[in-house]
Design a protein around this ligand. Structure first.
Ligand code: ARG
Length: 436
């Protein structure tokens, strides 16, 4: 503990005797401007907290000025706004794209990737403000609380985390009532039947009629993507260029990350690409039905995979599938800031050395398909693959290889008996035999 103050008789201001660290009541709240976090400002104040609001833009549209003003009006003593889009893509999305991260084969992890960044930025603000806690508006049922809490634990274990929504036991109507009682303006989003979140990597929609997993999502769920019925009648092509697994060009022209993702969200959306209907496993064990719109993520993941298909050696490609799954789970489960990510990324980065080249994707009425790929260091060799002229493959080598490859099953069959005879009995059925 502190060695200052000599005999301890002269306690530092605000510090209790006995070396107990100062307990200031300053908290940095992740503030979206919505109902939960607006009510949270007031609720935290009532608990004696000095509330600093923090809002970060990770997506395209967010009226930061209005949110900032609203935070102050609702009772925050200071309100920060930040643009996190560049670090979001650079530090979180690109490594995950290189890893090929898709949770449970469906979800490109937009929200899951955004949370650790928001929490990390809040920790910075907390340091700057000398705050002793961070707060968020997550419920006790979801994944986001885990991501905020664990990120804080990893980056600033001394900071306390306050989660008002987990504590206050109000339902939506109670909150609206609380808001009007305290003169907190109820935001327009409250009238939506859905709960949504969005950033550059995708949009998520849950609740309302979507809670019936048998019910098809109604049209009003979607905001980024067109109904395939209303998409252009001619296909659209996009050509994406990668350098070491990171996208760097569109239609042959260099492009910065933000513009690229914005363009692909628009082009994909216009062609109905990127709609996902996922019944997923939350970390805490609840199954939930989520709709996602992620046009850029779907296109980039697909294109990146196609480039790996043509550049990665077979063994690396196969093993990398396992790593991709681990990466996705790690991100989903809130372990972005963990030793596991550093270890996995060491592998991922090594695999990306030759993942440089171009991919052509065809978009048409809700579908996207890779139709071309090329790379300077591609392992696809025409002379080995061709069935036509120029075949350089020595077919006679195959027989010996397969003899050795199958040696163990042949030996087992010879020594221990034919394992599958019983299940294959009668397989031919009433086969008909004809002779001349
Ligand atoms: N189920 C997704 C995830 O866990 C999306 C969560 C969206 N969060 C929200 N607060 N609406 O990443």
């Amino acid at each position: 503990m502190s060695a200052r103050g000599g005999g301890g008789s002269k306690a530092l201001p605000g510090r209790r005797k006995g070396g107990v660290p100062p307990v200031n009541k300053k908290v940095v709240l992740a503030y979206s401007g919505g109902l939960d976090t607006s009510v949270a400002i007031r609720w935290l104040k009532d608990q004696g907290w000095d509330v600093i609001a923090f809002t970060v833009a990770l997506g395209e549209k967010k009226d930061l000025d209005a949110i900032q003003a609203r935070a102050l009006k609702t009772g925050a003593s200071a309100a920060y706004v930040a643009d996190g889009r560049a670090p979001f893509l650079q530090l979180f999305v690109w490594p995950s794209l290189q890893a090929g991260a898709v949770y449970e084969k469906e979800y490109p992890l937009a929200t899951a990737l955004g949370r650790p960044l928001i929490a990390a930025m809040m920790v910075e603000v907390a340091r700057r403000e000398g705050a002793s806690a961070i707060a968020h508006g997550c419920t006790g049922k979801g994944n986001d609380q885990v991501r905020f809490d664990v990120t804080t634990a990893a980056l600033a274990p001394d900071l306390k985390v306050v989660a008002p929504v987990r504590e206050w036991g109000m339902n939506r109507d109670d909150e609206i009532e609380y808001a009007s009682r305290h003169g907190i303006e109820v935001p327009a989003t409250v009238r939506s039947p859905y709960s949504t979140d969005e950033n550059l990597w995708g949009r998520s929609i849950e609740a309302g009629v979507l809670e019936d997993p048998w019910a098809e999502p109604p049209a009003d769920v979607y905001a980024w993507t067109r109904d395939p019925r209303d998409c252009p009648d001619e296909p659209t092509y996009v050509e994406i260029g990668f350098k070491q697994g990171v996208p760097v060009s569109l239609e042959g022209k260099p492009i910065d990350p933000l513009q690229l993702v914005t363009d692909l969200n628009r082009i994909g959306g216009e062609n109905g690409v990127g709609r996902i209907d996922h019944l997923e496993n939350r970390l805490i064990g609840i199954k939930s039905r989520e709709i996602y719109e992620a046009p850029a993520a779907v296109l980039l993941l697909q294109a990146h995979q196609a480039l790996e298909d043509i550049t990665l050696p077979k063994e690396v490609a196969r093993f990398k599938d396992l790593v991709a799954q681990q990466w996705a789970q790690m991100v989903y489960d809130g372990l972005w800031f963990s030793p596991l990510r550093d270890a996995l990324y060491a592998f991922v980065a090594e695999t990306q050395r030759h993942v440089t080249g171009d991919v052509r994707v065809k978009l048409f009425k809700g579908s996207s398909q890779v139709v071309g790929r090329k790379a300077p260091a591609q392992l696809y060799q025409h002379s080995l693959a061709t069935y036509g002229k120029g075949d350089a493959f020595d077919q006679s080598a195959a027989a010996g290889f397969i003899k050795l490859w199958g040696m163990s099953v042949r030996t087992a069959a010879q020594v221990q008996g034919r394992l599958h005879d019983r299940e294959l009995k009668g397989l031919l059925g009433d086969v008909r035999r004809l002779t001349p």
